[in-house]
Design a protein around this ligand. Sequence first.
Ligand code: FAD
Length: 469
Amino acid sequence: GEIAVETDVVIIGGGPGGYAAAIRLGQLGKSVVLIEKEEMGGVCLNRGCIPSKALIHAAGQYHQLSQLSSLGIHLPEGNAFFSMPDWKFWKSDVVKTLQKGVTQLCEANGVTIVKGNAIFLSSDRIGVETDGDFERFTFQHAIIATGSRPYIPSPLHTDGAVILDSTNVLQLDRVPESLAIIGGGYIGMEIGMAFAKLGTEVTIIEAAERILSQVSAHLTQDVVKHAKKLGMRIKTSSKVEAITVENGFARVMICSEKGDKEIIVHEKALITIGRIPNTNEIGLKQAGIDLDERGYIPVDQTGRTNQRHIFAIGDTTTGPALAHRAAKQGVVAAESIAGLPSSFDTPYVPYVIFTEPQIAGVGLTKEQAVERGYQVKSASFPYRGNGRAITTGAGNGFAEVIVDARTHMLLGMHIVGEDASNLIGEGVLALEMAARVEDLAWTIHAHPTLSEMWQEAAEGVLGHAIHML
Ligand code: FAD
């Protein structure tokens, strides 16, 4: 209809940023309209974190079968196989369960969910193309949480059948015989390793000198080693010049730094080079909102854009494109709108890479700490020195603690190995609470658990680790 519905806050996008903001605003008594054109949960729940980790889990379980005999578990010969259609059935159940949960939480907090494509009409009006209709809302405040999409720079393109992006690859009907992955960042490495465990011949093609170039080199060495053990080929310093489809196969033309050309022919190609923000089709001009040259929306620590009543969060803003950052920004924006003192002012955003072994960290790396002029003390403790790790066959990797030698304040904690994704939680809390290395060393850690490695590494910094030679 012609008449606009009035609401306190309009949120565009129902991903981890948008729905967290919506729930928090509901708790704070605001009327909220959340507009989502696809499914609740955004990229993270529908085609990112959750489905990729569901694949990684299944691939890990499957791969584990071949190693069970060393534990005394013997399976009948030749019976194990992996069915992608069955996996997809399970995965969609996982996704639906979580979608339902997110939707229920929004509704329980009084959030009105509108399904449709939103576009700003002005700085206080928004239009939504719903099923055959066009609805209008006026708002006091708005939050832009439209997220991001895969970046496919020309002349590269995807066709959804042979040349894939991260969305398509998680929807395949069977495990490909071979897969060329363009981009050795965390998404490419996670998905590549999962398929390698399912039997796919995987080639990683990375333009930089090494894979996972966002994290320190010494943290990635065990992953490179394990990738090779799984039969993955890793081509670094290699640029992809073109990808074509011939006889149903992907032909990837690559050029090394020295100018050597090579053609790799695989059943599928996957492009995971990066992501770009969804900020070009939502009417930001009509709303008078500035963009930077890369399409991100500049914001302050509360998430305010140049239009002070309109906020932007998550992957539409610069910073690590991670669900937990989006969610925190969403809560901060909601609280700021409600007039509470709130701000995203922490540098302690953890990262996790779900490869085998996993890599996780928070705070500064050793190199960054030195660069910033700290006098650095650090120690690492190996998984092979930890009783729990030995009993679960997880002897690869280490936990590393980085400390300011002058004040003993923790500067960074990084971990490579089994369950690093969960173990980093202690590190985030320690850094967030401005712990000193003594706090970590004096804390009693349950035995036998992997968490003891943090204590040992901290004792190592202080020169008195019990289980270190
Ligand atoms: P999104 O999740 O992108 O949600 C935006 C929503 O807005 C979408 O649902 C979209 O449909 C909707 N929308 C957009 N435009 C409009 C419009 N005009 N009208 C209405 N609705 C609109 N992060 C992690 O932290 N851990 C991980 O392990 C992890 N793994 C990942 C694996 C993969 C394969 C990928 C692709 C990403 C992964 N990420 C991971 C990143 C994570 O998914 C994103 O950082 C996160 O989803 C960003 O949240 P968001 O709320 O900003 O936006």
